[in-house]
Design a protein around this ligand. Structure first.
Ligand SMILES: [Zn+2]
Length: 245
């Protein structure tokens, strides 16, 4: 919705959905984020150039493409995507990005939510998919790294991804007690799994959904820290425990 669709409005999957003057969720359009149309003939030239530039600048061997909370996909009004299988659209786009990165030996990382069935698991529309993208889990390359985020409960989905053949990292946010349960879950699952599964349970990543400055202020100002549920406190508790192992 920022520069990409501003400069290339023709890439918009849902050009008929106009940005409201005042954004509110929920809304009639189910507008959370915009999507680019993965089947627009011009989109990958631009997106790949952007990815390459970012990876080159950071000298990165991996690229996290996000691909989470995709609500607009296979829109019935898109002349290219209407009526297409959403899992196939998602898997094809992911595979294109993965293949492009692989040309320079770079790995694709993504969030895992679109690959989980939100109805069957009860995880719902944010942490999982209720827009038919989840069968993509069996259509995408196995060397995609899954960041399995759960912020309100230690849902044990990392094992699901590992059994499906993906390297997976469990991602907490701001609740230290949950992060510690997630860590215990990984250790228990590793201890009770055959080697291939054990090795795919690769550990944890602390997520931070603020600017870096706010995180660092929190991290270094221990005395001002009244709320125990903060990403810096979660990071501190989790990595203290990891370092004890
Ligand atoms: Zn489309």
């Amino acid at each position: 919705m920022g520069n990409l669709l501003k400069v290339y409005p023709e890439f918009d999957e849902t050009p008929h959905v106009k940005m409201p003057a005042e954004y509110k969720w929920p809304n009639a359009d189910s507008l959370y984020c915009k999507s680019y149309c993965p089947q627009h003939p011009g989109v990958h030239k631009v997106v790949f150039a952007l990815m390459d530039e970012i990876c080159d600048a950071f000298e990165s061997e991996a690229f996290h493409a996000g691909m989470d909370e995709v609500f607009y996909i296979g829109d019935p009004k898109c002349p290219r995507c209407a009526g297409k299988d959403k899992a196939v659209l998602f898997a094809n786009e992911l595979t294109k990005i993965q293949s492009h990165l692989a040309l320079k030996n770079r790995k694709l990382w993504i969030w895992g939510d679109r690959l989980l069935d939100g109805y069957i698991t009860g995880l719902g529309m944010w942490e999982a998919s209720i827009n038919q993208t989840h069968p993509a889990i069996d259509l995408i390359p196995k060397d995609v790294v899954i960041c399995d985020w759960h912020y309100e409960r230690a849902d044990p989905t990392a094992v699901y991804f590992a059994i499906k053949g993906f390297n997976v990292l469990t991602c907490p946010w701001r609740k230290p007690e949950l992060a510690l349960i997630q860590l215990e879950d990984i250790l228990r699952a590793r201890a009770q799994s055959p080697r291939p599964v054990r090795e795919r349970l690769q550990g944890m990543i602390q997520t931070v959904w603020s600017g870096n400055e706010q995180f660092l202020r929190g991290f270094y100002n221990v005395a001002d820290d009244k709320d125990p549920n903060t990403p810096w406190n979660c990071f501190r508790k989790l990595f203290t425990r990891i370092n004890e192992l």
